[in-house]
Design a protein around this ligand. Structure first.
Ligand code: MG
Length: 307
């Protein structure tokens, strides 16, 4: 028996330049992090409520989507995980014919993550959201032990308002519809792969990571009856086509020579033994629509500079 004992506070009280387990512990460190990083970046009246959820008005039909973002490295040519999380969520809503309004952001952070990296990612998310007039209205934060995550994982949910009456979905595809692609394919997947040091590749293309809402809304506002939209993310163009063909029950015929692929992407795919038709994109979509509207749709999409 001893008559002396010591009390160890498990929560460090000082601020830190890396993420610590205590940042997810619900105490002062976590509150400081939320206040100084997240609430500051995503600043809006709903976050100021500090409530368990966001409360807002919606009218008419809405679309809702969810996605989780896991990318290594966190920063790649043409984007980063923060920009990806916002544009990816907004793009999925756009593919439903909806204008993105609100998103949630759940962060899983790895112990030891430099605070500067988190701040850069959150800043990128905030700037991307502001550019799209989308508000991050609620969120969550968890910290996992060092070695149990790739720095940052982000989960989102997005809600948007539909601007068309007709259903835009694989089930709405009609016989003899045409498929229009919005730009060259394969850049995101190749950019991320190239950014991994071990490949040592040269001539790295920029990711196409970017918002699709403007060209989609332009098509719809032009009165073009779009039957189906799909962004060409994981699995690329081929996987998107297979999914839609299976759901719609139609067989699609495509001319591979008419699909734009940059020389950089083509060369890297050849080197790595990849088929660019299956490589991920984060700023490309296909529109499936009536043949009679094809020329007009191409004119509308031609006004948008594809980056
Ligand atoms: Mg999608």
């Amino acid at each position: 028996m001893t008559d002396s004992f010591s009390v160890n506070c498990p929560i460090p009280v000082s601020s830190s330049d890396t993420i610590q387990m205590a940042h997810g512990g619900g105490g002062r460190l976590m509150n400081n992090l939320i206040e100084q990083v997240f609430r500051k970046a995503f600043d809006n009246s709903m976050l100021h409520e500090q409530h368990d959820g966001a409360v807002f008005e919606m009218t008419g039909r809405c679309a809702m989507t969810t996605d989780s973002y896991v990318v290594s490295p966190l920063f790649f040519p043409g984007g980063d995980i923060g920009r990806l999380a916002v544009t990816g969520t907004a793009n999925d809503l756009a593919m439903c014919g909806a204008v993105p309004r609100y998103i949630s952001a759940g962060f899983i952070l790895e112990e030891g993550l430099p605070m500067s990296v988190l701040m850069e990612v959150v800043d990128s998310m905030a700037k991307t959201a502001a550019g799209l007039n989308v508000r991050v209205v609620t969120g969550d934060l968890k910290v996992v032990e060092n070695g149990k995550a790739d720095g940052i994982y982000i989960n989102t949910c997005g809600i948007g308002e539909l601007i068309v009456e007709n259903t835009i979905a694989p089930s709405a595809v009609k016989i003899s519809d045409v498929i229009i692609i919005s730009g060259d394919i394969g850049r995101h997947g190749i950019a991320v792969m190239s950014a991994r040091d071990e490949l040592g590749l040269e001539n790295i293309p920029d990711s196409d990571c970017g918002p699709l809402i403007d060209p989609v809304m332009a098509l719809l506002e032009e009165g073009i009856r779009v039957n189906c939209l799909r962004d060409l993310t994981r699995g690329g163009l081929s996987s998107a086509l297979v999914e839609i063909a299976e759901t719609s029950g139609f067989t699609f015929t495509i001319n591979e020579d008419s699909i734009p692929i940059s020389n950089e992407v083509r060369a890297t795919c050849e080197l790595l033994g990849l088929d660019p038709m299956y490589v991920a994109n984060e700023g490309r979509f296909i529109a499936i629509l009536n043949q009679a509207d094809a020329e007009r749709a191409l004119q509308v999409l031609g006004q948008y500079e594809i980056t």
